[in-house]
Design a protein around this ligand. Structure first.
Ligand code: ATP
Ligand code: MG
Length: 236
């Protein structure tokens, strides 16, 4: 069984500030992510890659189609799931490394990374130890662990975000440009972490700007341009 199966998904945006213009962005999106494989979304800027990612994570609603996620021994259709089911799916079945860290004020970097484990019932001290291992592996200096990441550099924030996304093991991991602002050494660490998790059976859906990273980990590239409808906006 696939960890993710996307079937015939359409997405339009309605531009309320422009008299309700309807902008068709994606039509008939279909692909699957098997366990242990990394599927990369390709296509030019504006093709709809991040929009697909956000629909899978439940942040954007799809107009139609099916987005089936392996969840609690069965499948959850994220197109029709209730909000509390989406929250449960995020906790137990899919991780997401967004392009930018959404830093919570006053929470230390170590706790930001430990949080997904604590949410899943791991004892706080065990979760914090695991967080420390990840932060060390990603070369975040120990003096920063107790500080909130809001004032960290772009690359440091991105590494905290990666550590958080990798803290809990879930069947599906979504990666939106995780290595965009990393130096070569940290990029190599992230590639190694991705490979380890793939070998353990995690399925991944990823966007990589960097072709070297893509070539190092991708099993398959889905060309999102194939799902781009003619782009004239139509009046509602
Ligand atoms: N919330 C929104 N409201 C209106 N239009 C949107 C919204 N989000 C995305 N779009 C439009 O949908 C299209 C696809 O955007 P998306 O961000 O998915 O592209 P992308 O492939 O991720 O591009 P990039 O490589 O630049 O990140 C773009 O034309 C964008 O303007
Ligand atoms: Mg994008």
């Amino acid at each position: 069984m696939n960890v993710l199966s996307v079937e015939n998904v359409d997405k339009t945006f309605t531009l309320h500030l422009q008299g309700g213009l309807v902008l068709p962005v994606l039509r008939g999106v279909t692909f699957a992510v098997p366990p242990g494989e990394c599927v990369v979304l390709g296509g030019e800027s504006g093709a709809g890659k991040s929009t697909i990612m956000k629909m899978v994570y439940g942040s954007y609603a799809a107009d139609r189609g099916r987005i089936a996620l392996a969840h609690r021994g069965g499948e959850l259709d994220l197109v029709t799931a209730a909000p509390r089911e989406v929250i449960a799916a995020r906790r137990d079945s899919m991780g997401y490394v967004s392009q930018f860290l959404r830093a919570v004020p006053r929470v230390s970097a170590q706790d930001v990374v430990a949080e997904p484990l604590v949410e899943r019932g791991v004892e706080r001290e065990v979760a914090r130890d695991r967080a420390a291992e990840l932060l060390a592996r990603l070369s975040i200096p120990e003096r920063l662990w107790a500080l909130p990441p809001a004032t960290f550099s772009g690359g440091e924030q991105q590494r905290v975000n990666i550590a958080r996304g990798f803290a809990a093991e879930r069947p599906l991991l979504l990666l939106d440009e995780p290595t965009a602002s990393l130096d070569a050494r940290n990029r190599a660490v992230v590639i190694e972490m991705i490979r380890e998790r793939l070998a353990a059976g995690t399925g991944m859906l990823a966007i990589f700007h960097d072709h070297d990273v893509r070539d190092a980990v991708a099993d398959r590239v889905v060309d999102v341009a194939a799902f781009t409808p003619a782009r004239e906006a139509v009046a509602a």
